[in-house]
Unconditional design. Sequence first.
Length: 239
Amino acid sequence: HMNKPVIGLTASHDLLTDDLKMGHFYIDAIRKNGAIPLVLPLTLDEEEAGQLADTLDGFLFSGGPDVHPFLFGEETLAGCGDFSPLRDSSELLLLSQVYERKKPVLGICRGAQLINIALGGDIYQDIFSQLSGRVPIAHRQPFNATHPAHRVAVEAGSRLAQISESLSLEVNSLHHQAIRNVAPCLTVCGRASDGIIEAVEQPGHPFLLGVQWHPEQLAGKYSHADRLFSAFIKACRKA
């Protein structure tokens, strides 16, 4: 009997209590698709990050607070939210070690933005104030995240299209920041109808994909969400 792949999961950071937190949706989606989720600490040094990158089979960078604007060379704008210094530093360290070893990576919401920033791209600090010229759709949806709020047009021929088996995905939406300039090694594989980038991937990488929505909250109800987790976990098994 084959060992299940073990997937490192970046934890949430409760900024009020300084405690580590983990949403059960992430845990459930990984377990239901055949892997063991391992929640990582909020503090990691380079050596520890390297050891984890060697040891674990794949990494999920989860949602959470905003990334500090200094990390992509900007001053803080009105509309930017709170940040977690611990998450910013340990996740950037971890990602660089994981990326070097070509381990499979799935980024969700903040995770997708973090991947883009780490690899040389940047983000909108607040889409609603920065794109007020064209009114974006509700990227902060007014109802429960287990229901979709808008559609994402998927790029034909992309890995995301291959995985989803569809070029139009119904997704939920819980963000006010978004990828602006895409990192040189990434390509856009999904957009919302207002043009906002919703998914990026690296062609030729064993598995590097970031999505702006929360597939973990759609898993079990929307086949594209389960397909995403099972494709990720399949790649982790190979690694």
